[in-house]
Design a protein around this ligand. Structure first.
Ligand code: SER
Length: 319
């Protein structure tokens, strides 16, 4: 039986990936781990390992015992929190990755997925339709950790044959889990405010375009990448992945198609300083060519899905 471990299963992407992996491979095929216990009951149907991914001994023991076919290593501190706690972010983001790569080098893990981010781009990188091989010029601690992580992945693949695969995610927007500590979090919060009939105060500027993706596309893309045969994976740093690009005012307009009275105020904070260095849009030709990536959901459809799903979820919670 395929055995999979998701590290960071209580996070925004972790919850979603666990649900998708349970659906695809069965609840018993998936083990989950985190330093906090995931609140989602469906996620918790899988066996839970309470562990700190920076703890080399505990993690390597779990991986040696588990002999996993695939490990999805998602534990990380996101961009905005990392700027507040830079050394803790570096320690978590780097040490945990090295622990997983070392376990794979020992032969205890067959395949690793590790997420990178559009945050690897920055200062001197072009802003529009950023190519796969663009200059990486990260301006944040989070971006530096992702850039370094990408090169560690490529190094372990080239030197030790570790099959590690990666995607540079744009901002991820879904309704089953909530983000925390990221610069793109506004694009989830805005839907929750709108669905609750409240106005929203946006921490980015009205015209700050960023690359974004609906969560189901991101999860599907991740599983597709992991199912691709190794000889087709040409990029061993991390794949650019595009879907849509929008500004806070554009998502506001999209919501107003459904809720004409929805109101947004703009009060940019330190996160605007992070966002202004990130790309507006991404060229993902390499992912399309190598493993057939194609986004399905764009802004208008995502807005309907998000508003309906959040309304349904909150109504269920009330009754
Ligand atoms: N969504 C992430 C963040 O905002 C970027 O990878 O930090």
């Amino acid at each position: 039986m395929t055995k999979i471990l998701v590290i960071g299963a209580a996070g925004q992407l972790g919850i979603e990936l666990v649900l998708a992996l349970q659906a695809q491979y069965g609840v018993d095929a998936v083990d989950i781990s985190d330093i906090r216990v995931p609140e989602d009951e469906r996620v918790m149907r899988s066996r839970f390992l309470h562990l700190d991914a920076t703890d080399e001994y505990t993690l390597s023991k779990a991986l040696e015992d588990g002999r996993y076919e695939a490990v999805y290593h998602l534990a990380a501190m996101l961009s905005a929190t990392s700027e507040i706690k830079p050394l803790a972010a570096w320690n978590l983001n780097m040490q945990s990755l090295l622990n997983v790569l070392e376990a794979a080098k020992e032969g205890w893990v067959n395949r690793i997925f590790w997420p990178s981010s559009i945050a690897v781009f920055g200062g001197q990188t072009s802003k529009k339709s950023v190519p796969q091989e663009a200059l990486l010029d990260p301006m944040t601690v989070y971006g530096i950790s992702k850039q370094a992580g990408e090169y560690w992945c490529r190094y372990y693949h080239a030197k030790f044959g570790v099959d590690v695969r990666s995607i540079r995610y744009p901002g991820l927007i879904g309704h089953r889990s909530e983000p925390g500590g990221g610069t793109t979090d506004y694009a989830v919060e805005i839907y929750y405010a709108a669905a609750a009939g409240q106005s929203y105060t946006c921490f980015l500027q009205a015209n700050q375009a960023l690359p974004m993706m609906y969560m189901d596309d991101a999860v599907r893309g991740t599983l597709e990448l992991m199912e691709t045969s190794a000889d087709r994976i040409q990029v061993r740093t991390s794949y650019n992945l595009g879907a849509m690009s929008f500004t806070p005012i554009e998502v506001t307009n999209s919501i107003q198609q459904h809720l004409p009275n929805f109101n947004v105020h703009f009060k940019p904070d330190h996160r605007q300083g992070i966002a202004k260095n990130w790309p507006e849009s991404i060229d993902d030709t390499a992912a399309r060519t190598d493993w057939g990536w194609k986004p399905k959901i764009l802004l208008p459809e995502m807005t309907s899905i998000m508003l309906n799903a959040i309304r349904k979820k909150t109504q269920l919670a009330v009754h």
